[in-house]
Structure formats: structure tokens, C-alpha cells
Design a binder for this molecule. Structure first.
Ligand code: SOE
Length: 392
């Protein structure tokens, strides 16, 4: 039953564009698919442009709105602060939210730097509240199933992971200098925006990295000014231009602590690839391949298959045995991008109810940030760089 006798978890979300829409939709859909011990309530939406904010709050079903995020954080009738704003605001907002005793969920990358991410982790630990970072691709049923296969030893020792995150939405040189292309706002370019996702998947599935080497490239150095206007669309000011100071593309090689090798590529200049997020993992007993653009499918290969059946087979990960798939439709009735967020938020709600300690959390966000920073240092110095992890 939706909402009956359930503890209400009152959400305050800061930001209302692309990720704001995705998160709002996911909270609203949660009770349709998951029988959770708590009920998320879309209490208050914060943003700066009142006209846009009011329209977004009305359209997405938020009860009220606030034009100053600080007022939202101070409110007693809010339990969760959900941060879907540009990266340079994450640390200040998350730390203020934790200090006000809120549960915090934050879009990726967690911060602009390792030191900011460390302060964020320290704040949520001190508050003792639940925290998560939105590496949503972990929550595709096929990806979770890969995790299970690896943990069960079905692939044996892991030798390789190769992963790519390929987009093409800024290839046109007249596409403007939006916040995702400004270092002071985004921290980095393709590396932090999409590379962070595949590097997180690699940590999740294969383990911690010992050292990395990377190269970064900015193909278009100057662009007209402009700003995001929803989704990946932008408004352009054709009269003025500015310098791009983040990477358009990055390539990374990694050595894992368990001996596996990783090869990664993240670029916004892979023409024809709108959102190609893919990986292949090879182990001593088998291999798996996954591709977001066909996200319900998983290709698997087992070395022990009989001679005539050797090769990759394709599994449709929509059966009850595939994590989260059973929450939705009967087998074969596929799910999409938005469901990865619904699954992630289901874990967040279970955490708030005290049932679990959900991941990926700020500690994962911090470790991801350490990898990003090591890649940048390597690209700068032309050397292999150790990925630090205190205590390891
Ligand atoms: C834009 O590159 C973007 O929206 C990223 O910010 C997301 O993290 C990714 O999932 C899709 O593309």
C-alpha cells in the first residue's frame, strides 16, 4: 500500500534540471515498484531562478520551493538533502546539510578535489547520517548480475577490464562554453563527468586500483559563451567567447591491486556515440560484456562451455534472479536509464530506514576522486601515479 503507516522521509532537493528531473521522477516511482519501510515525500525544491524553479516544482510534483538553498538546509521539516547542482557547489551544500543533521545524496563527481571530498566524508561521518553518491550505472540489473558472477568466482581470476564512456554532444565547435566545460565549476571535463562512472564501475566490479597513467586532450580550445538549458541542450551567446580549460577526452591505463589490468577511455568527441557506456571483463573462467545502450542485455562467455557452443551468448537480464529486475515487469519487459536511479534511491531509502548501509557512499566518492586526481597528475607529469588509499 502506498504511504499507509509508513514513516515519511521528507526530501529537499537542490537543483532542478537534467538530474533534478531524473531524481524527482525516481522518488515518485519508488512506491510503485518497491515495498519500502519508508515513504519519500517531495517536500521542497531549491534553485536560483524563481520562474524556472516554480515551473519545475509544479511539473514534477514538489510541494513547495525555496530560492535560497541555505534556507532549505535549515528547515526542521526536511530529512534528506539531494544535491543535483554543478560540481563546485557539492562540498559546501553537503557539508552544510550534514551539519544540519540531514541524510545527504549527491551527484557525481563528489567534489572538485580530494581535499573537498575528504571534508565531505568527514562531515557526514560526524553527523552519523546516511550518504550516497549517484553512480547510478551500478544499479542496472545486468551490472549487478556481473558483480554477483564475479563474487561467486564464476569468471575466476580477473585479468582485464576495458571500458569506454563515449559521447558526442560537444563536437560542434559552436556548442557553447557551458559549466561542464569550465574547470572552476566542473573540476574536469570528460574525466570527471563520464570517466568517473566507468572508473567507479571498475572499482565496484574488479577492485581497487594500485596505479594509473593517463593522457588528456582538449580538441576545441575556444567556444562561444553560453549555459545549459535542460538535458544536454544549451543557450549560446554568439557575441562573446571563452577558453575551454577542461579535457574533451581522456585515456587511462590502470594496474589493480589484485593484478588485473584496466584500459579506459572517456570522450565527448566520439561522433555517433550519444551515450555509449560499455565494458568488457575477462577472467580465467569466462568473460562478460555490457553496453548501456542495450542495458538489459549481458553477453557472457564461459571457458567450460562444450566445444560446439564456445562463444558469447546474450542473456536478457529481466528475470527475477537478476537483481532489481523482479521489482518491475514480467521477464522480457525491459527497463531503462531512469530505473537505475529508482534502484539506487530504493537503497538510499532502505539505508534511511536503518535496514542497510547503502553504497556507493561518500567514501566511494572520495576514492573515485583520488583516482581522478591521480589520472590528472599522470597526464601532467607523464608518469605512472599511485592511487592513494589511507589504510591500504
Ligand atoms: C552529461 O555528460 C551526462 O549527463 C553526465 O553528467 C551523466 O553523469 C551521464 O550519466 C550522462 O551524461
Amino acid at each position: 500500500m502506498v504511504g499507509i503507516n509508513k514513516r515519511r522521509v521528507r526530501i529537499g532537493m537542490i537543483g532542478h534540471r537534467f538530474m533534478g528531473k531524473v531524481h524527482s521522477h525516481a522518488y515518485r516511482d519508488l512506491p510503485f515498484f518497491f515495498d519500502l519501510p519508508v515513504e519519500p515525500v517531495l517536500s521542497d525544491l531549491a534553485g536560483r531562478n524563481e520562474e524556472e524553479l516554480k515551473a519545475a516544482a509544479d511539473a514534477m510534483g514538489w510541494a513547495s520551493y525555496e530560492t535560497d538553498w541555505r534556507r532549505l538546509v535549515e528547515r526542521d521539516d526536511i530529512d534528506v538533502i539531494d544535491i543535483v547542482t554543478p560540481n563546485n557547489t557539492h562540498a559546501e551544500m553537503a557539508i552544510a546539510a550534514a551539519e544540519a543533521g540531514k541524510h545527504v545524496i549527491c551527484e557525481k563527481p563528489l567534489a572538485l578535489s580530494v581535499s573537498e571530498a575528504e571534508r565531505m566524508l568527514e562531515a557526514v561521518r560526524k553527523a552519523g547520517t546516511v550518504h550516497m553518491i549517484c553512480h547510478n550505472y551500478r544499479f542496472a540489473p545486468a551490472v549487478q548480475y556481473v558483480k554477483r558472477l564475479i563474487e561467486e568466482g564464476r569468471l575466476g581470476r580477473i585479468y582485464h577490464i576495458r571500458a569506454q564512456y563515449l559521447q558526442d554532444w560537444i563536437m560542434d565547435p559552436s556548442f557553447p562554453l557551458v559549466w561542464r566545460l569550465k574547470k572552476e565549476v566542473s573540476g574536469s571535463g570528460a574525466l570527471g563527468d563520464i570517466g568517473s562512472h566507468i572508473l567507479d564501475l571498475a572499482r565496484f566490479l574488479v577492485g581497487e586500483m594500485d596505479e594509473v597513467t593517463g593522457m588528456m586532450k582538449t580538441f576545441i580550445q575556444e567556444r562561444p559563451l553560453g549555459e545549459m538549458s535542460g538535458g544536454l541542450n544549451a543557450r549560446t551567446d554568439r557575441e562573446r567567447s571563452g577558453q575551454v580549460d577542461v579535457d574533451d577526452a581522456v585515456a587511462v591505463m590502470a594496474r589493480f591491486q589484485n593484478g588485473a589490468l584496466g584500459v579506459f577511455e572517456a570522450t565527448r568527441f566520439a561522433g555517433g556515440n550519444r551515450n555509449g557506456n560499455r565494458f568488457e571483463i575477462n577472467g580465467e573462467k569466462g568473460s562478460v560484456r555490457w553496453d548501456l545502450e542495450n542495458m538489459n542485455h549481458l553477453q557472457v562467455y564461459f571457458t567450460e562451455d562444450e566445444a560446439g557452443l564456445q562463444g558469447f551468448r546474450t542473456i536478457n537480464c529481466t528475470e527475477d534472479v537478476h537483481p532489481y529486475a523482479g521489482a518491475y515487469w514480467p521477464p522480457g519487459h525491459i527497463i531503462g536509464y531512469e530505473h537505475t536511479f529508482i534502484n539506487l534511491l530504493a537503497e538510499f531509502m532502505r539505508g534511511i530506514a536503518g535496514e542497510t548501509a547503502p553504497t556507493p557512499d561518500f567514501e566511494d566518492g572520495l576514492q573515485n576522486q583520488r583516482v581522478l586526481e591521480a589520472v590528472e597528475e599522470s597526464a601532467r607529469t607523464g608518469t605512472w601515479v599511485k592511487v592513494s588509499r589511507p589504510g591500504s
